[in-house]
Design a binder for this molecule. Structure first.
Ligand code: NZQ
Ligand code: ZN
Length: 394
């Protein structure tokens, strides 16, 4: 078991009436002017933005708006947001949306609180020293950005965009309003992508070769079982409030650090590979993870057999009989079947992506380079391993 720091400063207002808390939460920030940041239209169509504007007004605050955040949020909009906030003297950012909007808000917050090019923090050449405070009204259970220390931005580039993350406690939101009813309007595909991402945030922390803690394992296994059960319920009945609520709270707990306490920081190879797919092909994050995971798991599981065995038995309900390798394989098969069952792609073909030879190599080398030449903990992977996994995923 490793030493750890657990830091989860976000105040959470959760449930059907949580939006009524927004005005008070805004007042607590002691700010004067808010940037209201949102996505491509769902929050306007549902009437949510009208409620949020009214809460900002009632809190006695001025505000300016920037919508149009795309999934896989783009650096160009972040730059626009930084300029807008500078000219409008914004001192607080309210993100209304999912991971993409929240991450864009975090990047704008870094850009405002630090000199120089904000991309440096995503390229890993500098570390931020501050971030403007951020609040969240969450509309999709998925990325966990509402409590996480992470932000992922895509830089538009000739010949293939570059998707990169920046991790720092400075960007953890001050508050998050989470009303599971807001997720009723999600397309089924986005609900399933979200459930996949939530699971993966805990799985990346669970499949590790360094450091484990019984309590963390128990929390992680309970979270994974809960998300799997409720993802299946939502496939049948997207309007099930309780299932929406279970999944929404899991999204936050899966990525706020709780399910990694005592380990070595986790594996994160599947996320690293997805970031390359997201950059080159602009796929939905959860779908990209699902398309890569089976190939990754089959490639690494023998090097991390005990964890895959535990996952099979404790999470997927596989009977612990026969060889440990056989049980582990059965767990991988059962999880892959679960992903298919909720409508997720389980290979690149189903994801609708067919890389060229050059693209396989480019993704593999970029992915390894982002990790300083290697990725992973369950098994340490180099560029040639990552290329093999991507080709196996076809
Ligand atoms: O833009 P709008 O119109 O709002 O539509 C969005 C978008 O098309 C739609 N949507 C969201 N809430 C809705 C809704 N549609 C109907 N009703 C609602 N209530 O859903 C689509 C996806 O939204 P997005 O914000 O992109 O989803 P998600 O939360 O999955 O975020 C994905 C992004 O987060 C990053 C991913 O890489 C990706 O860029 N991640 C961020 C992390 C973090 N900051 O901690 C960790 C993750 O591993 C992940 O990398
Ligand atoms: Zn993720």
């Amino acid at each position: 078991m490793y030493d750890f720091t657990y830091y989860a400063p976000t105040k959470v207002a959760f449930g059907k009436n949580s939006l009524s808390r927004l005005e008070g939460l805004l007042k607590e920030q002691n700010c004067k002017k808010v940037l209201l940041h949102y996505g491509g239209g769902s929050a306007e169509r549902s009437g949510l933005l009208a409620i949020v504007r009214s809460a900002i007004r009632s809190a006695g605050l001025a505000w300016t708006e920037l919508g149009g955040v795309q999934p896989n949020p783009r650096l160009s909009l972040v730059y626009r947001g930084i300029e807008l906030c500078k000219s409008e003297d914004v001192d607080f950012i309210l993100a209304v949306g999912g991971g993409s909007v929240i991450d864009s808000a975090k990047a704008i917050g870094y850009g405002l609180a630090n000199d120089g090019d904000v991309w440096d923090f995503y390229a890993g050449t500098r570390k931020p020293a501050a971030c403007l405070p951020i609040g969240v009204v969450l509309t999709i259970a998925a990325a966990g950005s509402e409590m996480s220390n992470s932000s992922v931005i895509t830089k538009e580039e000739e010949g293939g965009d570059l998707k990169r993350g920046c991790n720092s406690d400075l960007c953890r939101p001050r508050f998050a309003v989470m009303n599971p009813e807001l997720t009723f309007t999600l397309p089924d595909y986005q609900t399933a992508c979200g459930c996949t991402d939530i699971l993966m945030h805990t799985m990346e922390r669970y499949f590790t070769s360094g450091g484990n803690m019984g309590l963390t394992d128990g929390l992680a296994e309970g979270l994974m079982r809960t998300v799997i059960a409720n993802a299946r319920i939502l496939k049948r009945n997207p309007a099930d409030y309780d299932a929406r609520a279970e999944v929404m709270w899991a999204s936050s707990l899966s990525h706020n650090g709780l399910t990694g306490c005592g380990n070595d920081g986790g594996d994160w190879a599947v996320h690293g590979i997805e970031h390359e797919l997201g950059g080159l092909y602009d796929v939905a994050h959860g779908a990209g993870l699902a398309a890569v995971w089976p190939a990754w798991a089959n490639y690494v599981f023998k090097d991390c057999l005990q964890r895959f065995y535990l996952f099979a038995v404790q999470v997927m309900g596989v009977r612990p009989s026969g060889t440990r390798e056989g049980v582990a394989r059965e767990g991988i098969r059962a999880f892959t079947q679960f992903l298919s069952g909720i409508g997720m792609p389980v290979n690149l073909t189903e994801l609708g992506v067919s890389p060229t030879d050059g693209e396989y190599k480019k993704m593999a080398s970029r992915c390894a380079a982002a990790g300083g030449g290697k990725k992973g903990s369950a098994r340490v992977l180099y560029a040639d391993d990552i290329e093999k996994i991507l080709r196996n995923a076809q």
